[in-house]
Design a protein around this ligand. Sequence first.
Ligand SMILES: [Zn+2]
Length: 439
Amino acid sequence: MALIIERARIADFFGTFHESGYVLIDGGRIEVVGPDPAPAAPGAQRIDAGGRLLTPGLVNAHAHLYSSLARGMPLPGFAPKGFRQILEQLWWRVDRALDLDGVYHSALVGALQQLKAGVTAFFDHHASPTAIAGSLSQIRRAVAEVGLRADLCYEVTDRGGPAERDAGIAENVRFAQEEAGGGRFAAHMGLHASFTLSDETLAKVVSAAEPQKLPFHLHLAEGKEDPVDALQKYGMRTAERLDQFGIFTPGTLLAHGIQLAQAELDLLAGRSASVIHNPRSNMNNAVGVAQVAAMLARGINVGIGTDGFGCDMVGELLTARLLAHHTSGDPTVLGDPALLSLIRHNYALAEASFGVPMGRLAAGCAADLVVWNYEPPTPLVPENLLAHLLFASVSEGLRPRVVIVAGEVRFADGKVQGVDERAALARAREVAQKLWARL
Ligand SMILES: [Zn+2]
């Protein structure tokens, strides 16, 4: 059934703008965008946006839904000295405690959070070493219930030995072959990070990804461990080592990219892979600051994600700017053109994964839309959309009123559609309690 959203303040990140307009959707795609009044379109469902802002749904380019059940988890004795100990004392305990039921419920909670933050597509990086086989199917099931688009992968690592490593590779290949596709689900080959991957494992992963030409999704030079390990064991820096395996292919996602030397930035500038900036997670883990402006100046592809630290993409963009200002002493760094390039690159990544034009409010593009609970207090014009979003997020608490994914209404008037959210959260609390007891 056709759907019309009318009386909306329409803006995307490419210059489309209507002070008062409508979007006509059919078959999961946008058919018409234009100024009000909307056509009669007999039989179409109609939503009155009441003058609120309508934008494309947002894309989160690096997420960890498995972390969803760790909120408020007691961690007696947690006192990490450095990034590796954050993994050892927290995340490598949480992921090992997950069974398939825990994977499903963490994904359901995580997907609900993405939806309610206006994220309509995301790239997830999953680990559950005691429940590897079938884990990506559990995430897929949860994400399908919520109705989002997701690109999934399982984190291959040597930290659990060869059997877990091989199971991880097999889960990536199985999911990509059997369950990705259809415009809603896509697959990457997941890897943890250079410092937990031997040469033998990297070679295995690359050959396993080859038949389906899967791009890779991994952490690059997040903590100091990565360059130290690469230099000690292989006599070269992290990006130089990984590049020898040919993994910086188009669509490959390199989360963080903090501990990189100038020569590594130069190397990445000659490759197609994307660095994904996650500023709030980086600040929380005290791992340093990615040189985003320097990367953009070199022509490196840069996108933005949350790394499991919430799913507020507008807040993440604002933090990227604040962090860059704060650390550089330059209040002009990461201005609107830079932040817009991150947003647009996220759409390009999603478009490549899901096979649908994304991010533009134009005929033929994916009908992934958000009506924000926002009426601007000052004139909103094509040139200041970003400023409105950034400042709304820190003043009014920018939240969606309606979220539409592939033409289907998934959130409206404070309610998730098609999922009993209250029941899901109640069950998640029970599962979380059991998970915490297993740590
Ligand atoms: Zn991550």
